[in-house]
Design a protein around this ligand. Structure first.
Ligand code: ZN
Length: 395
């Protein structure tokens, strides 16, 4: 049995390097509290990657992400580091949205102009910064307990909402990107697979045209009046069938558009942090702001082919448990800098409006029930042996 001292100061049980120091050898300000305490940060990240990759259900992904938000897991496959301390301010909202099935992959709280005070000095001048809140999440489209129609409704309403800037794309599809150095500023772009499917439809239509031509030729040789009547009736039936087919294609087309890259962000980015500085504290109030980070992709060119918003497994590939659910990646951010928008509450309101239920409350409850059941779940329900190479349970 290890004592707490050895947790703090000992060597990694896997590689022998010092534990509890970051990549620069600097001790962590706050010790890691999760189950992988007896191994170093680097080994832990690898072990956690394997755990993520082994998950098979959306519930598991939600639960492990909740563990990450609370620090029991200190690396997500996407960013590989613990959450930023500022995220603690919006944790309750992020966790609630997990109950609806929304898996958070990135976020930041907003700050109000009041929140920038008091000013603090750097060097000889004064400096201020400010944030717009943003939130990125994944929601599966092929999960049996989440209606695809409601998911479509959710993203359509977010895209139409006046208070936010929204970008949506299919997380496990690839999109055509510009190769000539210019930025593709299109606000709607079909994934490559959809383009291929459309080509097939066009080919099918060409084949159908040939059949119609053949039929026309046949019609010409029909001389009997009664036979002609029959043809007219047959054509009426055919028209009806074609109309039905067109209606079906239209419905499918509208549903398929949910996998398009769609955005109402400016193509040069939705900026979410800005700063300004001035030589004295009076001048800073009229100084010009400089925007310096965006919330994420605002053009289809910024979506990396073959990568996932959720992250990648140790093999560098998208997680099979994610791919099979064909999730949408959604990114929303406040349109204004006023800092008074409760972005997560807004998203929850839209979830409720489209009829999404707290289907995953149980997963959240299990998780919130305590670390014992949490570890039991991650280590026993999910294939434990996959991760055991690097993990030794600490007591
Ligand atoms: Zn190690």
């Amino acid at each position: 049995m290890m004592n707490s001292q050895s947790f703090q100061d000992g060597a990694c049980a896997h590689c022998g390097e010092p534990k509890n120091v970051d990549v620069f050898g600097v001790p962590f300000e706050k010790p890691y509290i999760g189950p992988w305490r007896n191994i170093c940060r680097k080994c832990r990240t690898e072990a956690q990657k394997i755990t993520w990759a082994s998950l098979s259900s959306w519930e598991s992904f939600l639960m492990v992400n909740l563990c990450y938000l609370d620090g029991y897991i200190d690396a997500s496959p996407k960013c590989g580091i613990p959450i930023h301390p500022e995220t603690k301010r919006i944790l309750p909202g992020l966790k609630t949205l997990h109950e609806y099935g929304l898996l958070s992959t990135g976020s930041q709280p907003g700050s109000t102009p009041d929140g920038m005070k008091p000013l603090y000095s750097i060097g000889e001048g004064w400096f201020q910064d400010q944030q717009r809140p943003y939130y990125q999440f994944l929601i599966p489209t092929l999960h049996e307990e989440i209606s695809i129609v409601k998911v479509k409704d959710l993203v359509d309403r977010l895209l139409a909402h006046a208070d936010i800037v929204t970008t949506v794309w299919s997380d496990c599809d690839d999109y055509p990107v510009s190769t000539d150095g210019t930025v593709n500023e299109a606000r709607e772009v079909a994934p490559i697979s959809e383009e291929a499917a459309q080509d097939e439809v066009v080919q099918d239509e060409a084949a159908q045209d040939e059949v119609v031509q053949d039929e026309a030729a046949q019609d010409e040789v029909v001389q009997d009046e009664a036979a002609q009547d029959e043809v007219v009736q047959g054509e009426a039936a055919q028209d009806k069938a074609l109309q039905d087919e067109a209606a079906k294609d239209k419905a499918a087309g509208e549903l398929n558009k949910m996998y398009y890259f769609r955005s109402n962000a400016p193509p040069d980015g939705h900026w979410v942090t800005r700063s300004r500085d001035a030589p004295d504290s009076m001048m800073i109030r009229t100084a010009e702001w400089f925007e310096f980070t965006t919330s994420g992709p605002s053009t289809v060119d910024e979506i990396d082919e073959g990568t996932s918003t959720c992250g990648m497994g140790p093999d560098g590939k998208r997680f099979p448990g994610i791919v099979k659910l064909r999730p949408l990646a959604v990114q929303v951010g406040a349109r204004e800098w006023t800092g008074d928008l409760d972005l997560l509450r807004l998203v929850e309101g839209v979830c409720q409006r489209v009829g999404l239920k707290k289907t995953f409350r149980k997963a959240s409850t299990n998780y919130l029930g305590g670390t014992a059941s949490l570890y039991g779940y991650v280590w026993n329900v999910e294939p434990r042996e996959v991760a055991m190479g690097s993990i030794t349970q600490s007591s």
